[in-house]
Design a binder for this molecule. Sequence first.
Ligand SMILES: C[S@@+](CC[C@H](N)C(=O)[O-])C[C@H]1O[C@@H](n2cnc3c(N)ncnc32)[C@H](O)[C@@H]1O
Length: 407
Amino acid sequence: MLTHSVSIESFWDRDRLAMMKAKKVVVLRNGARRKFEKGFPWFQRNDVRMPEELGQGELVRIEGQDGSFLGIGMANRGARFPVKILTTEDRAIDGAFFRERLDAAWAYRAGMELESNAWRWVHGEADGLPGLIVDWFDGHVAVQVRNAGMERLKDVWAPVLAERAKSVYERSDMAGRKEEGLEDVNGQLSGDTPDRVEIFERNVKYLVPIKDGLKTGHFLDQRNSRYRFADRVKTGEKVLDLFCYTGGFSVVGAVVGAESLGVDLKYVAVETARANAIANGVDVPFVQGNAFDYVAKDAEASGPYDWVILDPPAIGKTKETRESLKWGIWKLVHDALPLLAANGKMVVCACTWQMNVDDCWEVIQLAAGDQGVRVVLEEVTLQDLDHPAVAHFPQSLYLKCLWVRRV
Ligand SMILES: C[S@@+](CC[C@H](N)C(=O)[O-])C[C@H]1O[C@@H](n2cnc3c(N)ncnc32)[C@H](O)[C@@H]1O
């Protein structure tokens, strides 16, 4: 069911092609060879020996200590992982390279029954394109560039995307870029992206704020969990959707006939959520506010709830901040558990690879114990299939949602 416009050969001149050939050599130390052989795409400072003179994000040839060719990568001295590998072939990183990778990523998703006209086309490292995120919204594309190498290669990949999409918009305004020495970018790369792009997921419409929403505009990774929720929620049930963004779960609930209420901190989220409710012909109150405060102070008045959805942002993506995320989730679960009706369900999500399913379950156990409430774990959902979790890059499995029931 996936379709995009037919690819056309784009202009490509020899000088630019030469620029995209790696000239400098980075030597991979023998101690890091095993990592490379397993297919892990990132190397730390002590894994490699780098040349003194190196442009930010410059393409490099990666060689073994014995001088053997290992691959082509992108190097950035200042980054936590200064070398990221693009290919193990000795080739130019040109338009043809990106066409191949983009086509492979497209073909991989073509067999998925996503029941939508929006999907993640490129999931960075998991699709062999470190640091490049590409989301497809009914022909309009939103991209995010996470490292200096992909930033430097923008002139190469952006025209290839432009060949295939009605419009390409860049949303590289994110915390991780500073670490790579990059400024935020928010702007049109080609075509003309509407302020709101309408997409569907099954029978639910969403307006996607590509230009001023969060990340690339819509949390495609939660699509399967929204579908699962649609299958489980029942007419007349009460749903509290905390961190609701544009009403992902709350609108689904209302379309099924539930009584939903959504809370989000951001004006653009709440405003778009209201528009989404209207687009689907349902009535959902959305509150702009802090979900931590709301659940602790205000939520009781409209409870008890048959469903509480907790889908906070990853406040911590590093080991150092993992503890604060765990505490944040404990606090939310702790305060939300008493709001559940008998047999009420809670969906607890964590979107960082730093917290695995066991960590989340431990946090829920602690919160339930502290409240003296009994819960049973019923199922676990992960990021949807168009966000592949590949074994050779463990960081690619980042989203997990634990579905628990109060018993
Ligand atoms: C992962 S998104 C939720 C996605 C949503 N469940 C969906 O299906 O589209 C997290 C949301 O949390 C919101 N947020 C962040 N901090 C918040 C806070 N303290 N209180 C309420 N919302 C917050 C962000 O604005 C963002 O919309």
